[in-house]
Design a protein around this ligand. Structure first.
Ligand SMILES: Cc1ncc(COP(=O)(O)O)c(C=O)c1O
Length: 376
């Protein structure tokens, strides 16, 4: 019996850096630098530099990064923010918890990213921002999105939670719009050993506003300019992230090589492999294929102990949580044909830097067999 192939194997990654992690954690404990302090400051500095951004603010998770960014930009009740229908619910939930209303648009059928051609029609006098999501680690069509935003005086908040290190026309995603929001959930390309998040921006004013909101609106110890809250990246997570940041480019390159190997092997089969738009360097947080036989293929993989996922099975305008928003906007089944069509066909295969060649071969062999016509 073959051993199981997990969707992500955090143990394998840990074992490859264990000798660096142990002293990093010990140093935080030794200095009791649990909240704030040098480890957080160092990671913020290094991650800003990595993202080619001027500022980085560590926060508690990616959802907070999005919500605090929206609030720092003054976006709240009565405002609308345009985002995609095919993302993880946190993108839209951050808009809702900031008090604003998410306005969904459909996506490009090949890249799965925000279809910039649909933005103009979605803009109303209440629109304040556009939130593209660099879904699966593939950059959204930023030039087109930024052009629309500029023409209408809108902010661009990049949901970069799945795209640490990806490049758009040679530049890192994250600080190409007004703010970029990252999640360091353990399974992300850059993941902490718990929750974590960050915002990057080139604006000192925006950075200052976010930092203040994330720290109880504090001006100094017991004077508070606005009602903020507590959203912190802690010292232990920052120390882990600083170690892992040194390996991120190598891990992302490994993901691209694995994606190329999967695409070469799956290309001849009747499945649609991921498209890469010209001028972008994706980081393959997820490797997503498309097939009319999705459920059967997922079953065939599971029978062989191979994990897979669906990102995401229900577009946001069809989620019970967004029934009210959908009703008010006149949305329902059929409103976003691309996102809806994909939802029943997409399948995410295992991908992580330590995935072995033999495992790639086994995944492809199972799909090959499942898709081969039965000869009688
Ligand atoms: C696209 C997207 N946005 C937002 C988030 C929220 O991040 P977090 O889980 O750290 O709050 C995630 C991660 O789960 C995500 O994938």
């Amino acid at each position: 019996m073959n051993t199981a192939i997990p969707f992500v194997d955090l143990r394998r990654q840990y074992e490859s850096i264990a000798t660096e992690i142990a002293p990093a954690l010990a140093a935080v404990i030794d200095q009791t630098a649990f909240i704030g302090g040098g480890f957080v400051e160092r990671f913020e500095r290094d991650f800003a530099a990595y993202c080619e951004a001027e500022h980085c603010i560590g926060v508690a998770n990616g959802t907070d990064a999005l919500e605090l960014s929206l609030r720092a930009l003054g976006i709240g009740p009565g405002d609308e923010v345009i985002t995609v229908a095919n993302t993880f619910i946190a993108s839209a939930a951050a808009i809702t918890t900031a008090g604003a209303t998410p306005v969904f648009v459909d996506v490009d059928p090949d890249t799965y990213q925000m279809d910039a051609a649909l933005l103009e029609a979605a803009i109303t006098p209440r629109t304040r921002a556009i939130m593209p999501v660099h879904l699966y680690g593939h950059p959204a069509d930023l030039d087109a999105i930024l052009a629309v935003a500029q023409a209408h005086g809108l902010f661009v908040i990049e949901d970069t939670c799945q795209a640490h290190g990806a490049r758009y026309k040679g530049r890192r995603v994250g600080a190409l719009g007004h703010v970029g929001c990252f999640s360091f959930y353990p399974g992300k390309n850059l993941g902490a050993y718990g929750d974590g998040g960050a915002i990057v921006t080139n604006s000192g004013a925006i950075a200052g506003a976010i930092r203040r909101l994330a720290d109880h609106g504090r001006v100094d110890k017991y004077r508070h300019a606005v009602v903020g809250r507590n959203s912190r990246l802690d010292g232990l997570q920052a120390a882990v992230l600083s170690v892992k940041l040194r390996h991120l480019d190598r891990w992302n390159a490994a993901r691209r090589e694995i994606a190329a190997a999967l695409t070469a092997r799956l290309g001849p089969l009747p499945v649609v492999t991921p498209a890469v738009a010209p001028g972008v360097e994706p980081v393959f947080h997820l490797y997503v294929i498309r097939t009319d036989e999705r459920d059967r293929l997922q079953g065939a993989l599971a029978d062989e102990g191979i994990a897979s996922g669906i990102h995401y099975p229900i577009p946001l305008h069809l989620q019970p949580a967004y029934a009210g928003v959908a009703r008010a906007a006149g949305l329902g089944p059929g409103s976003f044909p691309v996102a809806e069509g994909h939802a029943s066909r997409i399948l995410s295969l295992p991908i992580f830097a330590e995935l072995r060649e033999a495992e790639i071969e086994r995944i492809c062999a199972v799909l090959d067999r499942a898709l081969s016509p039965v000869l009688v």
